[in-house]
Design a binder for this molecule. Sequence first.
Ligand code: UD1
Ligand code: CA
Length: 459
Amino acid sequence: MTNRYAVILAAGQGTRMKSKLYKVLHPVMGRPMVQHVLEQVKAVNLESVVTVVGFGADKVAEYIGHESELVVQEEQLGTGHAVIQAKERLRDKEGTTIVVCGDTPLIKGETYMELFAHHERTGAKATILTAKAPNPSGYGRVIRNEDNEVERIVEHKDASEQELMVDEINTGTYCFDNQALFAALEHVSNDNAQGEYYLPDVIEILRKQSDVVSGFLTPDFEETLGINDRVALAQAEGILKQRINEKHLRNGVGIIDPSHTYIHPDVVIEPDAIIHPGSVIKGNTTIKSDAEIGPFTEITNCYIGENTVIKQSVASDSHIGDRVKVGPFAHIRPESSIGDEAKIGNFVEIKKTTLENSSKVSHLSYIGDAHVGSNVNVGCGTITVNYDGKNKFLTTIEDDAFIGCNSNLIAPVTIGKGSYVAAGSTITKNVPEDSLSVARARQTNKEGYASKIKNRQKD
Ligand code: UD1
Ligand code: CA
């Protein structure tokens, strides 16, 4: 038992986002804000997490339902009212509850740990995480007394001219003695500029009953950015992008232009891989050492082997082996597996296909629903004709086969080991191994015929 609990506030509509999408589900580097918050707050070793959700509840459950209990706040009457929704789940617990907003996705696990340590050290009933904002506009201000003790929080809309000058802001993150929190919430009113029940009012209530209240000032305002509109969302995206890129750079990954490289949080990259500008690397992707990605390449949920080079291409949900060359302008679609030393050249689309070691599809081809053995050469303009308008069929090309240019392989069909398919063939029947298959009209040359046509056209 850690006696530590968390409440994540995520029921606000987020009107300032001007979006159909529920605010806390807006992604920052590919992951919903609320998921970042949960991910980081878990660092403090929690007994349980309660997330307060509003009308987007089902969607939130999809992302965090397995790790957090959800309670619904039917009407969004303010942050204090939101915390009250967790009362049934938490009020009897003895211990510390951390309350965090679902719209501050950049706060790090370490900062939550420092906040907890400070709270426990001072024995306070409430500790607020504060920061000095270069432009505090919109945030609640932290009002301290002559002894520098936190007295109360005043919201921007309720603040006097003098209070607006204060640059220390409430980050919206707090540690509370759990039972003191729920007792104090009973006394919060909505007598303020927004007609809402403010959670920060709990601070003044506790102060007035002579409880110890503390402020923990974090030096990094950027980390505490609250996302209320798309301007802040874009800013958060930039900050997280930079943070992730720096981590990889320090690990020995080469990133040529970090400001134009987007690597999502779960991506694993080994040292000495090089990422060129304009690359977007998403999902559960692993990139092994000495691989070279980009420029202008999008990779989602892929394994990319050592020394593999992928240029100006798109790849998703696939395995790409070692020393493979992909692109420029290739598309590797889901469920594909590309063997070591293979080559996928320009304007080639690969879908749900296994291509074994050292095989090449170098130009202008579509290979879908296929099993291609090793050391196969697929000529320019080859198409696996895998679809009859209703069903998909499999093409098998065995080891060492050679498919001539501009061939159609009408599936289901097998090209036997070591066989040749003549250029321009439309193959409808299996080709046995060690064969040459020619499936095109035989050429006839009618000599002198061109002049005849021209003479006829003169009349
Ligand atoms: C809040 C704080 C402010 C602080 C700022 C930090 C209050 C009254 N103000 O302001 O002091 O500086 O965060 O970013 O708390 N929410 C609910 N139910 C509601 C209202 C809000 O769940 O009825 C949730 C929202 O989804 C959001 C969080 O609470 O995740 C904060 O709400 P928001 O409206 O963004 O508060 P701010 O105006 O940013
Ligand atoms: Ca906010």
